[in-house]
Design a protein around this ligand. Sequence first.
Ligand code: HEM
Length: 412
Amino acid sequence: MDAQALYALRDVAGVPTHPVVFLILGVVTFALHIAAVQIMLGASGLTIWGALSKDSHQRRLAQSMVMVSKVMLSIAIVIGVAPLLFVQVTYDPFWYTSNVLSAWWVIGFLLFLTVGALLWFFFNAKNENLATEKTFCPGSAIFAVVMFLIVGFIMHVLTNQMLSPEKWMQWYAPNGVIDTSGRGIHDFNLARFLFFISLSVPVIGAVLVGYRRYYLPRLADKTLNMTQNYLDWAGRLGQNLIVVGGVVSVLIGAWWMATLPANQAAFALSPWVLLSLALLLAFVAFAFWVRMGKMDTLWAYAVLPVGAVALIMVAAAREILRYHVLMGAHGYDVFTYPINMDWYSTIMFFGTFLIVGGGVLAYMLTVAWKAGQAEGVYTPGPIISRMGDIGIALIVLWIVQYFAVGLYVWLS
Ligand code: HEM
């Protein structure tokens, strides 16, 4: 397709700050989104595995994981909105066309997600004591995961279709007959989709290594129903999942690279892909190093953040591939997007993200961490209570300035 036609599809209002800012934020928030998705899928898999088993360790793990999955589902959904906004802003000509071509599935996305989430919440509510009680309706959990995978697949299709503008007309009007149904799934790359899904295995493995370390000081707490034997088993399982899952993911990643069309094939051996590969392998090696006698130390907590670094690199390579395809094959340069600089909204965004979001999140995470390690009812100390007060003050301040500025603009 003619690059001028693609440029004509851009928003005439331009973008409110340099496109590189949106691209970086897109990469970081996509990495956060996909990490939450992977923990959610990994935890769901372990929940179903345990719920269908009679093994006491597996069932105890399922009891923990059903909750992890529920929380991570919420986080994945909330954080998923961020890369959605960034991809719409920078790549609107491509993203919206891809969405319109599969509009039925874009709306269906909400339905599949709602049904999946409701089913998972239902399963969780009916199975609060998987460790000791018989599983109620495991089919609801399995069906929920199928729904989540369909949701992820729809996102994958939208991302993939946007990369082939030369095929849009053929999809829109096959053999010259216009199809406005939006029911078509026109393009997908199974290897690419499976690569992101398969990373759930090493990612949940890293979570298990941290899980073991986190509960180690609480072995005396009988309400938790955890033994040293159980935690060691969970840690070993986590380590095995990292090694096996890590290697399988790398192989699927190689398959994805091998399936790139001829005009993108050179990307497979680009420094970005090689760096991603090196970091994924470094993650597996680091976990192995922790396994060798450091599982009881604070290093056990570092496995997940090291995995996160590898994931950010994968997310960056994925974004560079998109740039490479759209620039190399179609002559579309995202960096030439006209900028209509809006300092207020830019400062407001970063202020909200870092100060309000960071402050409140720091408080919530600290309370959650401390509450999980305390026996019985947890009462925050003066410093943590102060963090909470500051967090609330920041939110109130934010709301006040939001309406004040709105009123000022309206009246002036
Ligand atoms: C809960 C189930 C979900 C799963 C399993 C899932 C999975 C995935 C996967 C595998 C990708 C990568 C696709 C690719 O690059 O080929 C992806 C991308 C993405 N997902 Fe999700 N996702 C889920 C929910 C959501 C939700 C609820 C949102 C939005 C609110 C969302 C927004 C996005 C966005 C914006 C992208 C990247 C688009 C792009 O940069 O091209 N996802 N998701």
